[in-house]
Design a protein. Sequence first.
Length: 463
Amino acid sequence: MARPRSVHACTECGAQSPRWLGRCPSCGGWNTLVEEPVGGAGESAEAILEAPRGAVQAIRLGDVRSEETPRFSSGISELDRVLGGGIVPGAVLLLGGEPGVGKSTLALQLAAEACAAGRTVLYVCGEESPEQVRLRAERLPGDPAEVRVVAETRVEALGAVWRETRPELVIVDSIQTMRTDRVESAPGSVSQVRECAALLAAAAKTGNTAVVLVGHVTKEGAIAGPRVLEHLVDVVLTFEGDRSHAVRALRATKNRFGSTQEVGVFAMTGSGLEGVENPSELFLAERRPGVPGSCIVPFLEGTRPMLLEVQALVAPAGYATARRTCLGIDDGRVALLLAVLERRAGIDLVSRDVYVNVTGGVRVAEPGADLGVALALASSRLDVPLPDDVAACGEIGLGGEVRRVGRIDLRVREAARLGFRRILLPERVGAALDAPKGTTLVSVADLAEAVRWLRKPSAPPRE
Ligand code: TYD
Ligand code: MG
């Protein structure tokens, strides 16, 4: 039987079928199958390995010269922090986020900063008109007058202006609006988005131009969105934040030139995005001391410690089944802590409604906040406020034991820096750590001990 010369491959998931189908049997996408030629038929692995000698050479890894990657500062310190020092010429960056989070604002501020540093910047606005871009620019700090704006959505049409201006930075807002003649489908479809990004990435490498692609992500993940581009680009940045809060977090989920551990914190203000150097101060600014049900928790974003306020409210249940509502923290984690409080610390929570909220619109996803959340819950239930200068960190096990968490030294230092003088910690860590000046480390072995401490706190350190 003759071998088939082509297959039909899904552009969404890569599944193959010998014939064309209207719907991909693997991912269920409609009209996603395209014909592709089958290559390499007939050659065995041995034959391939017997290619002529000397064609390719392997070098000792030890002989490879490692040079410091050249970078230029983006002019936005929080962005530099996430990128690992700055933008690498020739790199392709994808800036993803939900609509309205502030991607265009960040991109335009970046363009203005790069121009101020004497670089040529091309801003391709496929989504808005140059007038709209200009209006936004008027609200922002910096002078973006020198930014070259191109209102164009055909990638091929960019070639001439690209060659002429020789930009060092190109911003494409957004990749979903771009199209190329090489693909027939509509702008925004997976094949268009992928093909355009591949063309722009190739142009970036040829001209040693840094390219920022702005991409929308929907709540569900992606519609023809940035996900399909992640392997094509060098850096994937995600911009997150609750639109009802000012705080925005910028993270690198992929970074070929640096770590993916860092987080940049911004506040959306009336005049653009402002870098937040001390997020803890922002998060704690509206705290009301002396209210039961509040606890300060030092948590880590990568290697950056931040203090957050966890609030809990325990109220008699209005209905037969008690309500459990959690914002900014996993429901399952809170359910676990409620069970441990009930069984191991003797706090009665049956038929009580429970509300837990992490202030500032931040989401805490690490177990280091457990002790703080449990103390906030106990404090609300017992109607006993925690002293104002107390912070707590530690993971809680099902036996009620308080367990150690990573980089406790960083957390303690941040808490001490912001004036917290008593810090509740897992037992073994507390003994091994040197307390910063003016701070007492309070070791607690288990949750029962922590709750006893809440009822009768030890005195703060003397001045
Ligand atoms: P935008 O950057 O357009 O978001 P995206 O490109 O991610 O869709 O901006 C989103 C929101 O930010 C918009 O609702 C208006 C608000 N905003 C400010 O609060 N201050 C400002 O200075 C600017 C430019 C925008
Ligand atoms: Mg936008």
